[in-house]
Design a protein around this ligand. Structure first.
Ligand code: PMP
Length: 361
């Protein structure tokens, strides 16, 4: 078996170079005579790796000193609930900007802990655009404003950080994290699961501004409390040690690629190539998203005749192009183009799509 070009939305492709390093270190890591997953998170070797990975992430994103970086568990889904628990009192209002299915889920999970106000939503238009900022109905004194910079299912991405005034901006960066530079100082809190651009599932990275950790709006178990995790440097309990280690490897790989500006340029080229193939297919393929907010990371597209979906999937898979089936909410296909997808993978996909359209057109 050879490795395919993997277009999965997540868990998703990990750079070959990172997997080879992990493979080489699987039996023995760092002269410890055991693998990283077999060693205590209280040991010096793990603590050194943890500190180094955090520093590498700080370097990549130029994270200011007044932000803590937390390496946690629970998936982004758990943090949908943990964020209101930590940032808002029960009777406070938090504003949500909903541009797709993940924003909707964030609203549903937050609702037991805060007064959720949907300040803008593109649901009526089928989540194909971003509501203009002038139409957002933000609440004065909101505890925070939450949005989803990239909607993984609907393929809608913000390329500008919205200005929301004084309220801390909270962003679910799960499917665009580290795909391009991001000005962390514009945010109160950023969070995302690792299984798309940062390696393996089981790890959630939270980047939070110090002053928000002081809020403490309700009594809660320590394990849910971001401040408790920050005080213990994410070692309050056993962290997902292997996923953390792998994330550290991905950060080093990103640095070796030239950092986030360099990876952004490649991501730009990949997305341009695929959207151009879709748009120039004479209607054989189509993507419904308004052009200025088409995601660079997740490209959903449909075939003009859905009876061709099954042959498209079977033939693409046989051609070494994996996991192109779209999410059931939107149907059709989806190609996820995270950092680990090389330009050659997108070239191979586009060539396959041309050939498929020629044969079935
Ligand atoms: N937010 C976004 C934008 C996502 O893409 C996903 C996963 N696809 C989630 C949240 C949920 O992540 P998890 O399964 O890690 O809870």
């Amino acid at each position: 078996m050879s490795r395919a070009f993997n277009f999965s939305a997540g868990p998703a492709a990990v750079p070959d170079a990172v997997l080879r390093e992990a493979q080489a270190e699987l039996l023995e890591w760092h002269g410890e005579r055991a693998s990283v997953m077999e060693l205590s998170h209280r040991g010096a070797a793990f603590e050194a790796m943890a500190a180094e990975s955090e520093q590498d992430l700080r370097d990549l994103l130029a994270i200011p000193d007044n932000y803590r970086v937390l390496f946690l568990q629970g998936g982004a889904t758990q943090h949908f609930a943990q964020i209101p628990m930590n940032l808002a009192a029960q009777d406070q209002t938090a504003d949500y900007i909903v541009t797709g299915a993940w924003g909707q889920k964030a609203v549903a999970e937050a609702a037991p802990y805060v007064r959720v106000h949907t300040a803008a939503s593109s649901e009526a238009g089928g989540f194909r655009s971003i509501p203009p900022r002038t139409q957002w109905q933000l609440t004065d004194g909101a505890a925070y404003v939450h949005y989803t910079p990239n909607e993984t299912i609907h393929g809608v991405e913000f390329f500008e950080i919205p200005d929301v005034g004084d309220a801390p901006l909270v962003a679910d960066v799960s499917s665009m994290f580290l795909s391009r530079p991001l000005d962390v100082s514009r945010f109160g809190l950023l969070y995302g699961g690792a299984q798309k651009n940062v390696g393996a599932s089981g790890l959630v990275i939270v980047i939070v501004r110090d002053d928000l950790l002081a809020r403490q709006p309700r009594p809660m178990a320590k394990i849910l409390n971001y401040r408790a995790h920050a005080e213990q440097h994410s070692l309050l309990n056993t962290p997902p040690t292997f996923a953390w280690y792998l994330a550290g490897r991905v950060f080093k790989w990103l640095k070796a690629q030239g950092g986030l500006a360099a990876i952004e340029e490649i991501n730009r080229q990949k997305a341009a190539l695929l959207y151009s193939a879709i748009d120039s297919s004479g209607g054989f393929y189509s993507n419904p998203v308004q052009r200025d907010c088409r995601s660079r990371m997740n490209v959903p597209f449909t075939l003009h005749d859905s009876s061709l979906d099954a042959p498209f999937l079977a033939e693409s898979s046989a051609a070494g192009l994996l996991a192109l089936k779209g999410h059931k909410m939107v149907g059709g296909m989806r190609a996820s183009l995270y950092n680990a997808m090389p330009l050659d993978g997108v070239r191979a996909l586009v060539a396959f799509m041309h050939d498929f359209a020629r044969r079935h057109g």
